[in-house]
Design a protein around this ligand. Structure first.
Ligand code: FAD
Length: 395
């Protein structure tokens, strides 16, 4: 049956970005429907490690998105409090901080550069001498050269967060439409609204919903939707967004670490329930492939065990694979999408969990005022020109 009502906002894609935007917009009083072609939170958002960090290596790599990362990190405590109280679930938010460690002179120099960069930006971090590392994280080996403590870089359990968000959006009356894929759309001038065409994944029947605003949050699949839609003033502009494959391990066992531990090639984070994350590979050449490979599993285990040999004793619970949504310059695309009432939020690459609260807040502000706020200026679609639509072999 076709929906007769006109929604204020139809959001396409129920990953962490779509769910967080739905939560925020509905809390502000908008009537929101969230369209998800499978079940919410099953793609990259479910695979992510949940590191919420402003410090990254190599130094300077994240310059363009640092202000947004910092803004989002600052929003996290309040965001978590709202989602947990409305969604009635813990999100596994842990504020024990992050310890970067150096295994070689080169890594030691990189940590020094990272420390100096943070001080330049007015952020706190603390250099740690080799002899002190044991006092901070006793399982780390005595062979490490130095460390860098970044207290403000914390972690969350994305799966718990997604579960809390899914409950939260129901409570704020978001109309969730699962197992329904958006397969195109057009602007209906008479109604002053968008028609989003939907395909029911089970029955194969077509349907549509109407909404004054449409927000596309379909991760690396955004351009598939864009390619089959038509706006008030012509075809929609593509982002060129595509997938960057990542593999990650979930182990389980007794408590080994409290802080997030990071080096140049592996990151470890342990949840309070004993789950230990070993993150992650970055395989841009793999396209849409979702195979969990023996090679990646062994490489991740080797890197983790090189740091903490006891990790080999833990049980391997899951080998996860996900597709980070990335555009050419690896910064997100957030804001108006070149047609009246059309918005987009994608390309969050390796920081979508971190950037979700800021993305939702600033998009909601933009929808309220009708224009992109200053904070979103660096993340506009215009900066990308007119990239080729990236729909090859999408799955
Ligand atoms: C290995 C790995 C580790 C990571 N670690 C971190 C980390 O530590 N910290 C961090 O901040 N980020 C991390 N990330 C990145 C983070 O996971 C992503 O940036 C984030 O999940 C992107 O969210 P999204 O909602 O844009 O996309 P997705 O989670 O991909 O969600 C998009 C949704 O859109 C739906 N969809 C697609 N097409 C349609 C359609 N036509 N109609 C309806 N629905 C549709 C999909 O089914 C999907 O549910 C990691 C990612 C990976 C892979």
């Amino acid at each position: 049956m076709s929906e007769q009502r006109i929604w204020d906002v139809a959001i396409i894609g129920g990953g962490v970005i779509g769910l967080t935007c739905a939560f925020e917009l509905a809390r502000r009083g908008r009537k929101v429907t969230l369209i998800e072609r499978a079940q919410p939170g099953r793609q990259a958002s479910r695979v992510a490690a949940g590191l919420l960090g402003t410090a990254t290596l190599p130094v300077g790599e994240d310059d363009a998105i640092f202000p947004l990362k910092l803004d989002s990190l600052r929003r996290y405590p309040q965001f978590v409090a709202k989602v947990e109280s409305i969604g009635r679930r813990s999100s596994g938010y842990r504020t024990d901080g992050t310890l970067w460690v150096a295994r070689s002179a080169d890594e030691d120099a990189q940590l020094e550069a990272l420390h100096e960069e943070r001080l330049r930006r007015g952020r706190r971090s603390q250099r740690v001498e080799a002899g002190e590392i044991f006092n901070i994280e006793p399982e780390l080996p005595g062979s490490l050269l130095s460390g860098l403590l970044v207290d403000e870089d914390v972690q969350i359990d994305p799966r718990r967060l997604l579960a809390a968000l899914e409950r939260g959006i129901r409570y704020v009356r978001v109309g969730l439409q699962s197992d329904r894929a958006a397969v195109g759309g057009w602007y209906d001038e008479a109604a002053g609204a968008w028609n989003v065409r939907l395909a029911d994944e089970d029955s194969g029947e077509d349907d549509s919903v109407q909404a004054r605003d449409v927000l596309i949050t379909a991760g690396p699949w955004c351009d598939e939707i864009v390619a089959s839609a038509h706006g008030e003033t012509g075809p929609l502009a593509s982002t060129g967004v595509g997938p960057v494959k990542g593999q990650l391990l979930r182990l389980r066992g007794p408590r080994i670490i409290d802080r997030v531990i990071r080096t140049t090639n592996v990151s470890l984070a342990q949840r309070r329930d004993g789950e230990l994350i070993v993150a992650s590979t970055k395989e841009p050449e793999a396209g849409w492939d979702l195979t969990a490979t023996d090679e990646a599993r062994e490489a991740l285990l080797d890197r983790a065990a090189e740091l903490i040999p006891r990790i080999r004793e833990l049980e391997l619970e899951e080998h996860s694979v996900g597709l980070r949504p990335a555009v050419a310059d690896h910064a997100p695309v957030i804001g108006p999408a070149g047609q009246p009432g059309l918005w987009i939020a994608t390309g969050h690459f390796q920081h979508g969990i971190l950037l979700a609260p800021a993305t939702a807040h600033w998009l909601a502000e933009a929808m309220d005022s009708g224009e992109a706020p200053q904070m979103l200026e660096p993340y506009g679609l215009e900066r990308l020109g007119q990239p080729r639509v990236n729909t090859e072999a999408a799955s």
